[in-house]
Design a protein around this ligand. Structure first.
Ligand code: AHM
Ligand code: MG
Length: 342
């Protein structure tokens, strides 16, 4: 007689893998079945749903109308809004309507936070996000991402100015990104390590790819837009000249921060977006780009700095504040800082 509870070893392994889904992982990562663990598991699951919906839409770009191209509008940053920016922003809002989880969302594409009043009595969290990171890659079918940051909802923000969000990145309770690349991946941290998932489209689930990722302490990739060379401070130029003289370094810059950070998370190195003449704080926004990635990279054992201060200690003056970003392996970040602080 065969034991009806057993499969052959290969099937058992495959089944075990398929059942470590994102929501399951959040629960096991917490190690408790507390209300908070269930809330955050449900919240991550909704973020995953937004990612799946965006990935599906992107896979049909060029076939459907209004996936590529621009809407004709300009966002609060003064940038042309792409159809995908607009769509992905709406996807996140819809994913959290009637969820009871998130009272308020704030994103790169909205001047002020978006409230979901029916969620507020019980929704204890604020979600900050960049719906599409690397927008210039959309129309040429290259990798792009979404970035998210989870904070506790504090106060009632009566005037809608989100002043309670003007606090350092240490206030984040979770962060991560979704990478729409050759496969769709979701990487998250809730302050207990960094964990990566790959979307299996055939079952519609993010399945664990690797947990407790540790970024190498140093790496040989540097990722920066060298087209800005003459717009930088001399100290930054000196660092790049130094890199050019080192053996074995490779430049890798994709135009999407999420994709570049993903490479560095797994292989080591440093990503830089320094200030430029007239834009001393650089391009990247603190609350929903730099701070969440800093949270994630620190959790993986790396560092994120403005050049003079840890990114997670920077207090923004407004919702859409920008900051210079130097992020990656701790040894590489230290070398950059040594040039900038000479
Ligand atoms: P976006 O969110 O509007 O796409 O802007 C952020 C992107 C990053 O993904 C990328 O690293 C950077 O802007 C590229 O900017 P540049 O073209 O100036 O190098
Ligand atoms: Mg962005």
């Amino acid at each position: 007689m065969t034991d009806s509870t057993r499969l052959n070893p290969a099937d058992e392994i495959a089944l075990g893998r398929d059942f470590m889904t994102l929501s399951q992982h959040v629960l096991s990562n917490f190690g408790t079945f507390s209300a908070e663990a269930y809330d955050l598991s449900a919240l991550m699951s909704r973020i995953g749903l937004a990612g799946k919906t965006i990935a599906r839409h992107l896979s049909l770009a060029g076939l459907l109308e209004n996936v590529l191209g621009v809407t004709g509008e300009t966002n609060v940053q003064g940038e042309a809004v792409k159809n995908m920016d607009h769509y992905a922003n709406r996807v996140f809002l819809r994913a959290f309507e009637q969820s009871g989880l998130v009272c308020r969302l704030a994103s790169e594409e909205m001047e002020k936070p978006y409230y979901i009043p029916e969620n507020c009595p019980i929704g204890r969290y604020t979600l900050l996000y960049d719906p599409i990171d690397g927008s210039s890659n959309i129309d040429v079918n290259l990798a792009i991402g979404s970035i998210f940051s989870i904070r506790q909802q504090e106060g009632d923000d009566e005037n809608g100015e989100a002043e309670d969000l003007l606090q350092s990145g240490r206030k984040q309770i979770g962060a991560g990104y979704i990478l729409y690349g050759t496969s769709t991946m979701l990487v998250y941290s809730l302050g207990k390590g960094v964990h990566a998932f790959t979307l299996d489209p055939s079952i519609g689930e993010f399945i664990l790819f690797q947990e407790n990722i540790h970024i190498p302490d140093s790496g040989s990739t540097y990722s920066v837009n060298e087209g800005n060379f003459w717009q930088w401070e001399e100290s930054m130029r000196e660092y790049i000249r130094y890199i050019h003289r080192q053996k074995g370094f490779s430049a890798r810059y994709s135009g999407a921060l999420v994709a570049d950070i993903h490479r560095i998370l797994f292989q080591g190195g440093v990503f830089l977006y320094p200030g430029t003449i007239g834009h001393e704080d650089g391009k990247l926004r603190l609350l929903y780009e730099s701070a969440p990635l800093a949270f994630l990279i620190e959790q993986a054992g790396g560092r994120a700095s403005t050049g003079t201060q840890d990114i997670l200690d920077v207090v923004p003056t407004k919702l859409h504040s920008r900051t210079p970003l130097i992020i990656g392996s701790k040894e590489n970040v230290k070398v950059v800082e040594s040039f900038l602080n000479k």
